[in-house]
Design a protein around this ligand. Structure first.
Ligand SMILES: Nc1ncnc2c1ncn2[C@@H]1O[C@H](COP(=O)(O)OP(=O)(O)OP(=O)(O)O)[C@@H](O)[C@H]1O
Length: 441
């Protein structure tokens, strides 16, 4: 007979039958069992039993919540319920985003004695440089990605709100790829470029002879997206007359081709995006309120680049691989300082363009400030602080720029100082020294 504080062997054998990676931990974060799928995917050739989950997954010496991150175990202990979080984990393939679902297990006395953690890699984003897809690891990015991971598997309509160039289309694609519709089409429609007459036939298709020029019958984008995801970019630009037709499609799940009476059933998941203030527009009457609520079941805000400054070096590395494939370009420390101090009103798209231009200007391997556009290096400071020091010479003193950088990352960071130091590649002591030096509280 197993003792009261030993999990049943039947439980361990059940875990082993599960196809997804699972571990069993005690209340002290110690791993007491790991199923075959976990050992194959996360720990081939290394023992994990008896070690703590935070040491194995994060190489931390403290539980995640004490290192400035959300710890599902601590949350589960508090709530007594199942909890889900998204974490960056060390895996044999490098750091990966992993969706963790934790279920508390109670012993015979009703106390929580163990936790089962299910771990599923989220392959649509990377915390390391990558040539494709979404990259990022700043707290604001991770917060957004956590919402993506939560909403993607459902069929809920998602509204992505964020400034131009923040990556809304890439996020929409990530939602599709992380959903059960991934094997089906992802169809993107730019609603800003479509006049009202064209909108209906593009979306719903038309019959032959439905209007002048309709020489053959044509399927619409709703049909092309069947089984998959329809992405309506710039949804705030849909003319009012068309909004009612879109609403009908969403409410009834049916539509008619232009020139046809036959009702067709749509099988789409809707993701929309806008940089416009849709809530305000719906209050003012320029966007239908009923449609606003219908497309906004699950809102996700895509953060501007200035709220994820610590991601700039990672994005620079990834984007250089994309804009100049085949060249091994790097950015000098001085050029990186210029980039990190720029406010990037055009967000990641602007950063990409800046790097593309710099790669054309640079004949060697290293991009220096001389290869960056002049206005980027100008003293016209993003937040006023730089301008002070830069006014006379036209060059911002390094300390002014460093202070500005620290100010911005500290404001944007939501976790602990230890986690911030790690992200900045500094020791905790150096971070504290810098913050004292610049009087940043
Ligand atoms: N997190 C990211 N990682 C890598 N590349 C990114 C990221 N975010 C944006 N990009 C790149 O920035 C550019 C702009 O992204 P995207 O077109 O998705 O932005 P958007 O918010 O949809 O813009 P708009 O509102 O103008 O349509 C693209 O080249 C995209 O690949």
């Amino acid at each position: 007979m197993p003792s009261e504080n030993q999990p049943l062997p039947e439980l361990l054998s059940f875990l082993d039958t599960l196809p997804e990676p699972h571990i069993l931990c005690d209340r002290d974060y110690r791993i007491i069992a790991a199923n075959t799928a976990y050992r194959a995917g996360f720990a081939p050739g290394r023992g994990v039993i008896g070690r703590t989950c935070y040491e194995v997954s994060h190489r931390y010496s403290l539980p995640c919540d004490q290192a400035g991150e959300t710890c599902p175990l601590a949350r589960g202990l508090k709530s007594g319920q199942r909890e889900r979080v998204l974490h960056l984990h060390h895996t044999p393939r490098g750091e990966e985003y992993v969706n963790i679902e934790l279920s508390p297990l109670r012993d015979a006395s009703g106390e929580i004695a163990w936790y089962i953690e299910k771990m599923e890699p989220l392959n649509v984003a990377r915390g390391l440089s990558d040539r494709h897809g979404l990259v990022g690891r700043a707290p604001a990015f991770q917060h957004m990605l956590g919402l993506v991971a939560r909403a993607a598997p459902s069929n809920a309509s998602i509204l992505l709100q964020g400034e131009s160039g923040t990556g809304k289309e890439l996020v929409a694609n990530a939602i599709h790829e992380a959903s059960q519709r991934a094997g089906h089409p992802f169809v993107a429609v730019d609603c800003s470029g479509l006049p009202e007459t064209l909108f209906e036939s593009e979306l719903f298709g038309h019959e032959r002879g439905a209007f002048t020029g309709a020489t053959s019958r044509k399927a619409g984008l709703v049909e092309a997206a069947s089984g998959g995801t329809l992405f309506l970019d710039e949804v705030g630009d849909i003319p009012l007359g068309m909004q009612v037709k879109l609403l009908r499609l969403l409410e009834t799940g049916t539509y008619r081709r232009v020139g046809s009476t036959e009702l067709r059933r749509a099988d789409i998941r809707l993701v929309s995006a806008t940089h416009r203030p849709l809530r305000q527009m719906s209050a003012q009457g320029s966007f239908r309120q009923d449609l606003y609520y219908r497309i906004n079941t699950f809102p996700i805000t895509v953060p501007p680049l200035r709220e994820r400054v610590s991601d700039i070096p990672l994005l620079v590395e990834s984007l250089l691989g994309r804009v100049a494939p085949g060249r091994s370009l790097r950015v000098s420390a001085a050029a990186m300082r210029v980039l990190c101090a720029h406010p990037f009103p055009g967000n990641v798209r602007e950063l990409r363009n800046v790097l593309e231009r710099a790669s054309l200007m640079c004949d060697g391997d290293e991009i220096t400030p001389a290869h960056l556009a002049e206005d980027l290096c100008e003293p016209a400071a993003p937040h006023g602080v730089l301008a002070e020091g830069a006014a006379e010479s036209g060059i911002a003193p390094w300390e002014t720029m460093e202070r500005e950088h620290f100010l911005r990352v500290v404001q944007a960071h939501r976790g602990s100082r230890k986690a911030l130091a790690e992200q900045l590649g500094l020791s905790e002591r150096t971070l504290y020294r810098k913050l004292r030096q610049y009087r940043i509280g």
